[in-house]
Design a protein around this ligand. Structure first.
Ligand code: ADP
Ligand code: ZN
Length: 214
């Protein structure tokens, strides 16, 4: 099963992607996580990406496509995957189509206020990259990761000024993918405004049903 998770920054697609892969025994591949790993390890790629990411801009298509092509050629992708954060532009989608045939693209939607709230409350583990939310999904101990006890921090691209820029970039460059996948007959849409802290099971039931009915 090969799924693309589409949706605005802050919509929660990374969280849904992680739960989807647990259920179906596939893997999630997040372009954002791959970039952050490269930044942390100070690779050439990481050096190129860091400033752009911190400013809320996209990393150029050429670099992103090369990174994802390499990742998707590995053995562990055989059974299937959920792509989180890639493709993010039409040229990326066209490049992807040349080496992978996807089964569906799920567009996750939520109201603007909810998206803002999700984005500003998000905290990420410095060590293992697990994500939490101050309101919706708080860790057991404030500031500490439940999984590895690493320190929880606010990502540098989740400061309010940068969030505005990311939402603008999303509208301009990524939203057109919705029509792109609609035209190919691959688009499914799900609106989720409920909070994962309280309604996780109901929300995921809705997501799994959409996948099973595909
Ligand atoms: P979110 O999904 O919350 O917007 P991500 O973790 O997916 O955040 O991405 C963080 C940043 O990494 C993006 O703002 C962008 O700068 C860069 N990035 C991630 N995926 C891509 C991509 N497919 N193309 C270009 N830049 C990307
Ligand atoms: Zn952790």
């Amino acid at each position: 099963m090969k799924i693309i998770a589409l949706g605005s920054p802050g919509v929660g697609k990374g969280t849904y992607a992680k739960l989807i892969v647990e259920k179906y025994g596939i893997i999630t591949i997040s372009s954002g996580d791959l970039f952050r790993e490269n930044i942390k390890n100070e690779t050439e790629l990481g050096k190129k990406a860091k400033e752009l990411i911190d400013a809320g801009h996209l990393v150029p298509d050429e670099i992103t496509i090369e990174m994802m092509k390499e990742r998707l050629s590995r053995e562990d992708t055989q059974k299937g995957f959920v792509l989180d954060g890639f493709p993010r532009t039409i040229p990326q989608a066209e490049a992807l189509a040349e080496f992978v045939e996807v089964d569906m693209a799920i567009n996750f939607k939520a109201d603007k206020e909810i998206i803002m709230q999700r984005l500003t409350g998000r905290r990420t583990c410095k060590k293992c990259a697990a994500t939490f939310h101050m309101v919706n999904l708080p860790p057991q101990v404030e500031g500490v990761c439940d999984k590895c006890e690493g320190e929880l921090i606010q990502r540098s691209d989740e400061l309010p000024e940068v969030i505005e820029e990311r939402l603008k970039v999303y509208e301009e460059q990524t939203a057109p993918l919705i029509d792109y996948y609609k035209e190919k007959g691959l688009l499914r849409e799900l609106t989720i405004n409920e909070d994962m802290g309280k309604y996780k099971d109901q929300i995921m039931e809705k997501v799994f049903t959409a996948i099973d009915n595909n």
